[in-house]
Design a protein around this ligand. Structure first.
Ligand code: GTP
Length: 330
């Protein structure tokens, strides 16, 4: 078993997990508030996502293929409802962004900035009472993106997985420094034919990106460059935190990607590197650390911070603080 499961590569420091205190500091303060689940309304239908590409191009079969079959099947829900939900999410994020740009153009030096807007109270309350951090998980097909998101949100390894079609959403509410935050994980399709019509949605208003490769498949590591280029091509800001995850470390005899190679790559791209296994239950804390380290960093970003909701004659007033103090270890 490899000792150094994850590393800090920020500011040129390459620290093995044993000398970087994040997991032990994070975990005592993390209290999952709700068991995770795949949001029933947020799956994207296969008919909306699939293309007519030749099936021979791909090695993994898509979901069960049955149109509406409920249960735990993937890629089987109603597209319109899914799109509606995506729109609700992104419109609240668009609002955040609009509010932000207004704030920065008005007076950057002000200690607090207030803006009044007319919005439907219910959707606004939703986005303010619990902040939502949108984290997308990308990488080659079969590297274990779905299993990692299952492990984080549901605490288990799925018995059986099928190729993701479009995107699956999973959420987990966590508490960080007294604030409840909803970590919304977008598990994206690795196969080109199941993702191309969704790519714009993946990157829109994303707060953080998780790049995944399979430590037993060198090709999946080499392809990371392509995934990073796609991400950059969708104008994901350099300030959006990114982490690198080498999955399937339980397959110790089959490892092809050496840690030092991955570490170099992560360092070159200013990312944290996590080597872990979605399958091995002993690694579950490490999987949690991937998403929690991002959530902590996002929480610390002042631009996402909105406090004080006041209602005045049907209007909602937001106060955005310009200074943030955080005790978060990351
Ligand atoms: N041994 C081992 N197998 C894993 C691990 N994680 C995932 N797998 C297996 O790898 C296969 C692919 O896992 P998925 O999570 O569906 O892969 P994905 O990246 O979501 O694939 P796409 O949906 O096609 O993009 C499945 O057979 C999993 O059981 C791991 O940590 N260890």
């Amino acid at each position: 078993e490899r000792e150094h499961r994850w590393y800090c590569c920020i500011s040129g420091l390459l620290l093995p997990s044993s000398s970087f205190p994040l997991p032990s500091l994070i975990h005592p303060s993390v209290h999952p508030l709700s068991s995770s689940h795949t949001h029933p309304d947020l799956r994207i239908t296969s008919s909306g996502i699939m293309t007519n590409d030749s099936p021979e191009e791909e090695t993994r079969a898509p979901g069960s293929g049955g149109g509406g079959g409920g249960g735990g099947g993937r890629g089987t829900a109603q597209r319109n409802r899914a799109d509606d939900n995506v729109t609700i999410l992104t419109s609240s994020m668009d609002f955040h962004r609009a509010s932000r740009s207004r704030a920065s153009s008005s007076n950057d030096a002000a200690p607090s900035i207030t803006s009044s807007v007319d919005l439907s109270t219910s959707s606004l309350e939703l986005s303010i009472q619990t902040r939502i951090f949108k984290i997308i998980v990308i990488g080659d097909s079969n590297v274990g993106k779905t299993c990692l998101t299952f492990r984080f949100t549901g605490g288990s390894f799925p018995d059986k997985t099928e190729a993701t079609i479009g995107v699956d959403f999973r959420e987990k509410a966590v508490e960080i420094e007294g604030e409840t935050i909803k970590v919304q994980v977008w598990d994206t399709a690795g196969q080109e034919r199941f993702r191309k019509s969704m790519v714009e949605h993946y990157y829109r208003n994303v707060h953080a990106v998780v790049f995944v490769y399979d430590v037993t498949k060198m090709a999946s590591f080499r392809n990371l460059q392509t995934w990073i280029e796609e991400c950059n091509g969708h104008r994901v800001s350099a300030s959006v935190p990114r982490v690198l995850v080498g999955n399937k470390c339980d397959l110790v005899d089959q490892i092809q990607v050496p840690s030092n190679m991955a570490l170099k790559f992560a360092d070159a791209h200013n990312m944290l590197l996590f080597e872990t296994s979605a399958k091995d239950p002993r690694e579950s804390q490490n999987v949690d650390s991937i998403f929690m380290s991002l959530a902590c960093r996002l929480k610390a970003q002042k631009s996402l911070l909105y406090r004080d909701v006041e209602r005045e004659d049907g209007r909602v007033r937001l106060t955005q603080e310009t200074e943030t103090k955080s005790n978060c270890p990351c």
